[in-house]
Design a protein around this ligand. Structure first.
Ligand code: FAD
Length: 308
C-alpha cells in the first residue's frame, strides 16, 4: 500500500494538514509522535489566541485537535516516532521506531521544534526539580523564591516578566554584552526593581542535590567563576527544529530550520513539503502553523493531480 501523503507531527500544523487532506480524499497517514496531540503548547496553562476560542488549556487544545482529526474517516493515525525519510526512485519510504517502512508519494514535515538545552552538568539531573523551560507553565511554582533566567533574548525577557508576579528576586543572565529582547520589555523589568541583569555570563553548572540550589557561571567581565544561590533556573535560549529524520534530504538555514517557498511550502526536494515551527517562517504561532500546513496540503493536492 502506498500513501498519497504522510504527515509527520501531532501539533496544529499536522492536524490542520490531516483534516484538509482527508477532506480532499487523499490516502493519508498522520504520524503524530509519541507525546500525543497538541505540540508545544500542550504544556501551556492558557492559550488565548487560538482563533474562535477565547481561552483553552494546552491540554484541551490537544484533545480538540485530536478529536477533529480522528473524526475524519479518511485520516489514518499512527502514534509513533519517525526516524528517517528515505528517497526512492518514485516517492519516499518512511521509517518509524515501531512500524515497518511505510511508502508514500509525498511527505509533509510538521514536526515543530523543541527547547534548546544548556548542556551543562546538573541540567538534566534537575530537570523538573527546579530546572524549567516554560515560564508560562511553571512561574507560579516559584512564589517567593529566588530564580535565574538564562537567555537575553525575547524568550528570556518574557520569562522574567512571567516571574515578576511570583519570585522575590530574579537574576537574568545573558551571554552577550547587551540584552537582545524588546526595549519596552527591558524597561519593564528594570523598573520592577526585582531583577539583576548579569551580562557576559556563561553558565557552567547547575547546582543541587534533590532540587536546584544554585548556578555557576563564568563572568566574562571579571574573568572569574561565580556562583548564585537559587531555588530555580529557567533556560530560555531558544529552540531547535526537529529535522533529524530529513536533514540529509532538504535544505536548512543556519538556524537548522527547513527552508521553504512561502507561497507553496515546498522544500528544496520535490515531493517533500514542510510547515509550522520546523520551517524558516518568521513568526512561530499555532494559527500560523495551521495556516501554512493547509497551504501545503492544497499545493500537494495540485501536485498529486498533475503527477497521476
Ligand atoms: C510554552 C509555550 C507557549 C506557547 N503559547 C502560544 C500561544 O499562546 N499562542 C500561540 O499561537 N503559540 C504559542 N506557542 C507557540 C506554538 O506552540 C507553536 O507555534 C506551535 O506549537 C507550532 O506548531 P507546529 O505544529 O508547527 O509544531 P509543534 O507544536 O512543535 O508540534 C510538532 C509535533 O511533531 C511531533 N514530532 C516531532 N518530531 C517527530 C518525529 N520525528 N516523528 C513524529 N512526530 C514528531 C511532536 O511530538 C509534536 O507533536 C507557545 C509555545 C510554547 C513553547
Amino acid at each position: 500500500m502506498i500513501y498519497d501523503l504522510i504527515i509527520v507531527g501531532g501539533g496544529p500544523a499536522a492536524v490542520a494538514a490531516g483534516v484538509y487532506a482527508a477532506r480532499k480524499k487523499l490516502k493519508i497517514l498522520v504520524i503524530a509522535g509519541k507525546d500525543g496531540f497538541g505540540g508545544q503548547s500542550l504544556v501551556s496553562a492558557d492559550v488565548q489566541n487560538w482563533i474562535g476560542t477565547k481561552s483553552v488549556s494546552g491540554f484541551d487544545l490537544g484533545k480538540m485537535l485530536e478529536e477533529h482529526l480522528r473524526s475524519q474517516d479518511e485520516a489514518e493515525v499512527l502514534e509513533d516516532f519517525v526516524m528517517k525519510v528515505e528517497k526512492m526512485s518514485a516517492g519516499f519510504r518512511v521509517h518509524t521506531e515501531n512500524a515497518k517502512a511505510l511508502e508514500t508519494k509525498t511527505v509533509l514535515v510538521a514536526s515543530g521544534s523543541r527547547r534548546k538545552k544548556l548542556g551543562v552538568s546538573g541540567e538534566k539531573e534537575l530537570d523538573g526539580r527546579g530546572v524549567a523551560y516554560c515560564s508560562t507553565c511553571d512561574a507560579p511554582l516559584f512564589k517567593n523564591k529566588i530564580v535565574a533566567v538564562v537567555g537575553g533574548g525575547n524568550a528570556g525577557l518574557e520569562a522574567v516578566v512571567d516571574l515578576l508576579s511570583y519570585a522575590t528576586k530574579i537574576y537574568l543572565l545573558a551571554s552577550g554584552d547587551k540584552l537582545k529582547g524588546d526595549p519596552i520589555t527591558q524597561e519593564k523589568i528594570v523598573k520592577s526593581g526585582k531583577v539583576e541583569i548579569i551580562l557576559q555570563a556563561k553558565t557552567s553548572e547547575i547546582l543541587g542535590d534533590k532540587f536546584v540550589s544554585g548556578l555557576k557561571y563564568d563572568d566574562g567581565i571579571s574573568k572569574i567563576a561565580k556562583e548564585l544561590k537559587l531555588d530555580g533556573v529557567f533556560v530560555e535560549i531558544g529552540s531547535v527544529s526537529n529535522t533529524d529524520f530529513v536533514k540529509d534530504l532538504v535544505q536548512v538555514n543556519k538556524y537548522g530550520e527547513i527552508i521553504v517557498d512561502h507561497k507553496t511550502q515546498r522544500t528544496s526536494l520535490g515531493g517533500i513539503w514542510a510547515a509550522g515551527d520546523v520551517t524558516d517562517v518568521a513568526y512561530k504561532q499555532n494559527n500560523i502553523s495551521a495556516g501554512d500546513a493547509i497551504k501545503a496540503v492544497l499545493n500537494i493536492y495540485d501536485y498529486l493531480n498533475k503527477n497521476l
